[in-house]
Design a protein around this ligand. Structure first.
Ligand code: SF4
Length: 348
């Protein structure tokens, strides 16, 4: 539960209908009142208590005095030529984080952050070099969906922005519940994807506690090479996480995937392709191939489009479901953590 430090008000974003009822019951309000509050927040996406409908005036006064919705306006936004929009937010104490809205036909995705910065230090990621500035509250995570202008259009949510979601486990689990529960936004769990480097114990718990999709950031099928890209490999060997994924009993439609950012000469050789096939054949685990976005602080180059499609084709021929993800919003630095990191760089 997020209490705003200065105002000492309780934020409703992230609370279940029942939790709202438990808080309101001492004031003499009913479970039906709690239900209407949840509908006003999560379904109607109202951000001000003045706009709430179907609630008694006395409840509105209590809300204004002791609660806040959790809504907080973005501080800046950048629109790409391809209509991707990046929203920059600040926490009450000034830490930056960002969300990216990606429209694609009938599909409207928002990519959310779970931390300001990140402590995982992955080699190719700007969020890592931005440093770690703390976990986001559940209300701050949900505000990236509920508090952006296209909120009512959102069909998909991906946890692929700044931060390692499973390093902020409790708040991410609560956020996913609010996104997928009937009392919440009621998105299909298979329209919500959490992407992780694979924090071992948290991964197992998350598999059990949620029905949403999970993506493991793999980037090399060889442990010693992956360790160079992702220091978390040392304590969280991907082979253990993959074994967990292979054992998982999945609800219909739920998808487990690996993400594979392709970097020229580094992880895009025949040796890598063959080992990927050995690792993933007959597992049902899907491969998302992504072009590398240059972070500007190294000499790494993206693999060619031909190489990405060659990998995809070869994986599919081997019976492994694979896709190439389109690059979106490159002109506004829409890759993970790029905008906040660049702005922070400008400030210094
Ligand atoms: S890739 Fe993800 S886990 Fe790794 S540093 Fe970036 S934000 Fe953190």
């Amino acid at each position: 539960m997020h209490r705003f430090a200065q105002m000492e008000k309780i934020s409703l974003y992230g609370l279940s209908e029942n939790e709202i009822y438990v808080l309101l019951e001492p004031y003499g309000f009913s479970s039906a009142n709690a239900h209407e509050l949840a509908v006003n927040i999560y379904k109607r996406r109202y951000r001000s208590f003045d706009d709430f409908i179907k609630i008694p005036e006395r409840l509105r006064s209590v809300l204004k005095s002791d609660f806040c919705t959790g809504y907080s306006e973005f501080v800046d936004s950048y629109k790409s030529d391809d209509n991707t929009v990046k929203y920059l937010f600040r926490t009450d104490d000034g830490r930056q984080f960002e969300a990216v809205y990606i429209p694609d036909g009938k599909r409207h995705t928002v990519c959310v952050s779970t931390q300001s910065g990140c402590r995982m230090g992955c080699m190719f990621c700007v969020s890592g070099s931005f440093g770690f500035h703390g976990n986001l509250e559940v209300s701050e995570i949900l505000n990236q969906v509920l508090g952006i202008p296209p909120s009512e259009l959102i069909t998909h949510v991906v946890f692929m922005g700044m931060g390692e979601p499973l390093d902020n486990f409790e708040n991410v689990v609560r956020a996913v519940k609010a996104l997928t529960a009937q009392w919440g936004m009621a998105l299909s769990p298979v329209h919500v994807t959490v992407s992780t480097v694979g924090i071992k114990d948290a991964f197992s718990s998350f598999l059990l506690q949620s029905d949403c999709n999970l993506t493991l950031s793999l980037h090399s099928p060889f442990p010693d090479e992956r360790l160079q890209f992702i220091p978390a490999e040392k304590r969280n060997p991907f082979n253990d996480v993959l074994a967990e994924m292979k054992r998982a009993i999945l609800r219909k439609g739920r998808r487990l995937s690996v993400a594979y950012i392709m970097i020229e000469g580094l992880n895009d050789t025949e040796r890598h392709l063959n080992e990927l096939i050995v690792l993933l054949k007959d597992t049902g685990i899907r491969v998302n191939l992504l072009p590398y976005h240059s972070a500007g602080n190294n000499n790494l180059m993206p693999s060619s489009a031909e190489k990405l499609h060659y990998f995809k084709h070869s994986l599919v021929i081997a019976g492994i479901s694979a896709s190439v993800r389109k690059s979106r919003g490159e002109d506004i630095a829409a890759a993970c953590g790029l905008l906040a990191a660049r702005l922070a760089g400008r400030r210094c």
